[in-house]
Design a protein around this ligand. Structure first.
Ligand code: GAP
Length: 576
């Protein structure tokens, strides 16, 4: 029997939201096309995200190439560690993610198991494809990055980016100057990421090319209280912390203030972006009853991260889906790129007041050090400048060699100096969104069927601001000048920036149903009354309520309705 997934995807294909990619050549798993309405829905959801992160948070957007040189991914750890554990069926030769197969045994967190542990589980599993018992099979690493070479005949290896974040890290120095050398600051990027997923069989949920929207927020490592925490401190979110997962309990609703004070969420920054993410998901059309935030277990959390939470959205078909990851990544990324590139990746943070300190400084006698140590004289002098003098000379390490420099080769001075600040390596808070997964969840949650006069009415109840088409205009009949008025109204709405469809095809009821299916929130009908008094009917998709309004007021009213500035009730116009 068809479940909601089949119904949603049937509508999505038929109406031009989502299509299999390269369908005429048989398609390849893990790739999708967005049709005209899907592409529009996607832009609207991305723009909503921009509104939250770029406009409201002030984190400017950058755009980096999707293909990068090997050094980036050596530094980021993707080259050595971005792999899934894979196995191959000895009967049909299909490849699978070993943890997905192991879930047949009822395990919940199979992705936290090591290769040997998975091999032990797989003995009791059958091949998901041919259903033969797998028996004793090997589990091995498969790196998920797509590799290529850059330039003709080149030996220069490149990789398609597996996340948008790395471009923000590699641009850190320039971003710091753009933000006038001050912490905290953030940068964002929306774009395609690529992962050569082993066996993507979950439609829009697991893709090989997908869109991420990521923010990297650079903060002082010792200042993890968010300056605007008050905005979300009382915001209630269902949290499933480590304790709830270990005891099998459900998520518990709590305010962000409570979550930080109880030590459940590590700091105000992480809590702030948990709440903002909840706010965004609900604004985009995700059902608030089907969202929870799950903390990573110690076995899942990257060793460098202090706290990680996933925004999980419930799908009738797929269960709880991770749609957003929010992590305190400490200074891991900046430290790694600093080590790989040799750049500093630090910020000079001035003290509130200049500090006066006493310090001991070693002044090398180059007249003695030069002839004695020759080629090593300069590095020895540099090392002495920061060393602590010993009683019988000072030890320095140069090129891995420890050298004792006799005390008469330098002078020790006590100095009083003014220190204006310090160099710090920022920590990074990262909310990382998977746009395609969010779109699927919005499609599933907004899909509705109801019985109207003995017929099934299928409705996409999109929030008006993300609906791909915002208004539709119908002439009641295609004659007596009603069609001309309807076309004029369509154009006036379009000129006012409202995406509007004109439809004069078929019975009016059929036209309503077509627009209901694509989620158009407002429908306008031009009838004989229009030619008499200039009024039209405005129909609300969800309530099917109709009101009459002057056609001259339409553009302003629809604009206000779509932006959420008012509702039909607020207009104070009684329904006819
Ligand atoms: N920079 C951190 C990062 O990339 P991630 O958890 O690997 O973290 C972030 O990815 C989000 O990207 C996920 O929460 C998910 O929504 C989305 N995502 C990851 N892999 C995906 C895939 N194969 N297909 C669709 N979306 C994916």
């Amino acid at each position: 029997m068809a479940d909601i997934y089949d119904n949603v995807m049937e509508l999505a294909k038929r109406r031009g939201f989502v299509w299999p990619s390269a369908e005429i050549y048989g398609s390849v798993a893990g790739f999708i096309d967005y049709g005209p309405l899907g592409a529009m829905l996607k832009r609207k959801i991305e723009d909503l995200w921009r509104n939250f992160y770029v406009v409201r948070e002030g984190f400017y957007e950058i755009e980096c190439p999707t293909l990068g040189p090997e050094a980036i991914y050596r530094a980021s750890g993707h080259l050595s560690g971005f792999a899934d554990l894979m196995c191959q069926c000895p009967h049909c030769q299909e490849f699978f993610r070993a943890d997905h197969v192991a879930e047949q045994t009822g395990l919940e967190n199979a992705d936290a198991l090591l290769a040997a542990e998975l091999e032990a589980c797989l003995k009791d599993c059958v091949c998901p494809s041919c259903e033969e018992p797998l028996g004793e099979i090997a589990v091995f690493d498969f790196n998920l990055m797509f590799q290529t070479t850059i330039g003709p005949g080149s030996k220069r290896t490149g990789y398609l980016r597996p996340e948008t974040a790395q471009g923000i890290f590699t641009d850190f120095g320039r971003l710091l100057r753009f933000y006038r050398d001050k912490l905290p600051f953030g940068a964002t990027q929306i774009g395609k990421s690529y992962r050569n997923e082993i066996s993507p069989r979950q439609g829009m949920i697991r893709l090989r090319e997908f869109t991420q929207a990521e923010a990297e927020i650079f903060i002082h490592p010792e200042e993890k209280n968010h300056p605007n925490f008050a905005r979300y401190s009382g915001y209630m979110v269902p949290l499933r912390g480590i304790a709830e997962q270990e005891s099998g309990a459900e998520a518990e609703g709590m305010t962000m203030r409570e979550a930080v004070d109880a030590g459940i969420v590590a700091n105000e920054y992480v809590a702030y972006y948990i709440a903002l993410t909840h706010d965004f998901l609900v604004s985009a059309g995700v059902n608030p009853e089907k969202v929870r935030f799950r903390q990573h277990l110690p076995t899942e959390c990257a060793h460098y991260a202090t706290d990680c939470w996933d925004a999980e959205v419930f799908s009738e078909r797929f269960g709880w889906i991770e749609t957003v990851g929010i992590a305190d990544r400490t200074d891991y990324d900046l430290r790694s790129h600093s080590a790989e590139s040799g750049d500093a990746f630090t910020v000079f943070v001035p003290y509130d007041e200049v500090q006066v300190i006493e310090r001991t400084r070693i002044i090398p006698h180059m007249g003695k050090i030069g002839p004695m140590y020759r080629g090593k004289a300069k590095p020895i002098a540099d090392a002495l400048a920061t060393a602590v003098p010993g009683e019988d000379g000072t030890e320095v390490v140069v090129d891995g060699e420890t050298i004792l420099i006799p005390a008469d080769f330098y002078e020790v001075r006590e100095e009083t100096v003014e220190v204006r600040g310090e160099e710090v390596m920022p920590h990074v808070i990262e909310p990382s969104y998977g746009i395609d997964r969010i779109i699927y969840c919005v499609l599933e949650h907004r899909y509705d069927e109801e019985d109207v006069d003995g017929e099934v009415r299928r409705v996409m109840r999109f929030p008006p601001r993300v609906a791909p088409v915002q208004a539709a205009v119908f002439p009641l009949v295609n004659k007596d000048g009603l069609d001309t008025i309807a076309q004029e109204i369509t154009q006036s709405l379009q000129q006012a920036g409202i995406l509007t469809q004109y439809d004069d095809n078929g019975a009016i009821g059929r036209r309503y149903r077509r627009q209901d299916e694509i989620g158009t929130p407002y429908m306008i009908t031009v009838d004989y009354e229009t030619s008499e008094d200039g009024t039209v009917t405005l129909r609300d998709r969800d309530s099917m309520q109709q009101i009459r309004i002057d056609k001259e007021d339409l553009a302003v009213i629809v604009h206000r309705l779509v932006s959420g500035a008012c509702s039909l009730d607020d207009l104070g116009i009684s329904s006819s």
